[in-house]
Write a protein that binds this ligand. Structure first.
Ligand SMILES: [Zn+2]
Length: 302
């Protein structure tokens, strides 16, 4: 099966190095993201990932987090504020900050996965600077993979958290004729943007419970025959997307009018035709939503 964009199971996270002090005699390189954005520093011409020697940033107060090993390099990441960027602009040199989601076609899957991992770690460290128990400041531990409360009477330890979400392609299997899939539909200036349905898993729910509840809430359908398809790390919302296909036994639906404004049934042939004429735009190519739709279309074209 195709590996989802933003996942790279072959990257060596080298968790054994998370309790090791930074040794600057070893090759250490740094990936830089910008505060509160999906922006990473890339080389100007080729939009390739720019890697900096870690000791260059000694003068800054920011935390660096260890990501893992690649080609015998220790890969670290740090998130800069706009002020930091001004301070090290000479070091940064010829390049700029780019939104990683706009560069899906230019970055390899491995680079995309590394940036998404860096983004997730940087974001979590940034929003976890204060203790959720007593409100004191926290300190980075395990080279960025945990944080400990500075208050010795508390000393609470926190680990990175992700919020699982389900994403679902709803299908109607016709007894005769073509099967159909129900897609979320948003009007563009020209044509429509279509996607699958998704929602966060709530406390006390299984993934399957969340699929059934979300589909009832968003389009008022009762789904059956849930099948797990694949998952995708989604650092943009500190999440992991868990992809399902689910069936309905009748075609009636009603959008909630809030999260989902419009939806429609499509056959595989219609999706193929409309997308080829640019009358229908599918979710971005880096998303599992796109994968679910394209896989369903391929399986139902004949
Ligand atoms: Zn505390």
């Amino acid at each position: 099966m195709k590996r989802q964009y933003y996942s790279d199971p072959f990257f060596d996270r080298a968790a054994q190095n998370r309790n090791v002090q930074i040794d600057i005699s070893v090759t250490n390189v740094l990936i830089i993201s910008l505060e509160q954005k999906f922006y990473f520093f890339l080389k100007k011409e080729k939009k390739e990932l720019a890697l900096f020697p870690i000791e260059i940033f000694d003068s800054l107060s920011m935390d660096v987090s260890f990501l893992g090993l690649s080609e015998e390099k220790n890969i670290w990441t740090a998130q800069l504020t706009k002020k930091d960027v001004e301070n090290v602009s000479e070091v940064l040199g010829n390049g700029g900050f780019y939104d990683m989601r706009d560069l899906v076609d230019e970055l390899t899957n491995e680079q995309g996965a590394l940036l998404a991992y860096a983004l997730g770690i940087n974001k979590w460290n940034q929003i976890s600077r204060f203790c959720g128990v007593c409100g004191s400041k926290t300190k980075s531990k395990e080279n960025g993979h945990s944080r400990k409360c500075n208050n010795s009477k508390c000393s609470a330890i926190f680990y990175p958290q992700i919020s699982p979400a389900i994403i679902v392609l709803i299908e109607y299997k016709a007894k005769e004729g073509e099967s159909l899939c129900l897609l979320n539909k948003r009007k563009l200036n020209k044509g429509y943007m279509c996607s699958t349905f998704a929602g966060f898993v709530e406390i006390g729910e299984s993934l399957e419970d969340a699929v059934v509840r979300e589909m009832k809430e968003e389009v008022n359908v009762d789904v059956v025959n849930l099948r797990y398809v694949d998952s995708q790390p989604w650092s943009f919302s500190s999440s992991i997307m868990v992809g399902f296909v689910a069936e309905v036994e009748d075609m009636t639906f009603k959008v909630d009018g809030e999260e989902i404004k419009d939806a429609a049934w499509f056959s595989a042939k219609q999706i193929k035709e409309l997308t080829s004429k640019n009358q229908l735009i599918l979710s971005k190519p880096d998303s599992i939503a796109r994968f679910l739709i394209e896989t369903w279309v391929d399986n139902n074209l004949n």
